[in-house]
Design a protein. Structure first.
Length: 135
């Protein structure tokens, strides 16, 4: 099927799409393996101009998750999402590796590496860190 945040109509609010995107990302990262591969595949279906905005938004959601994990790790408070909480326990190396994975994905997409390849690699790396934090 389509990416879980694909707008079926124009009456879907940006907040609802953002929430759906964050939830799909967190669930995939916590599950790992096939879940991250499936999210990458669903997020990059069709022509690049069709999926690029959603992938950019997914990368933004991943950056928010890393930021929330850092805030939790240093005691600044953040939403208590399970993925962010797990990642916060890997402070400081886990969030740093996640930030590097996000930058690598953005760099790869800038030079037209396959969207699925770039997203697959980034999601797998983030999932490894989140799952390591769960112990």
């Amino acid at each position: 099927g389509a990416a879980p945040w694909a707008a079926a109509s124009l009456d879907v609010s940006p907040l609802a799409l953002r929430t759906s995107r964050r939830r799909a990302l967190a669930e995939a990262l916590l599950a790992g393996g096939e879940a991250t591969a499936d999210l990458a595949a669903r997020s990059t279906q069709g022509a690049r101009q069709e999926w690029a905005p959603g992938v950019d938004a997914l990368l933004d959601a991943a950056e928010e998750l890393v930021r929330d994990a850092v805030a939790l790790a240093v005691g600044r408070g953040a939403p208590e999402a399970p993925a962010a909480r797990a990642l916060s326990t890997t402070w400081p190396d886990g969030p740093a590796r996640c930030a590097a994975a996000l930058q690598d994905a953005r760099d790869d997409l800038d030079v037209y590496v396959s969207g699925k390849t770039a997203l697959d690699a980034m999601l797998a790396r983030l999932s490894d860190e989140v799952r390591a934090g769960r112990g």
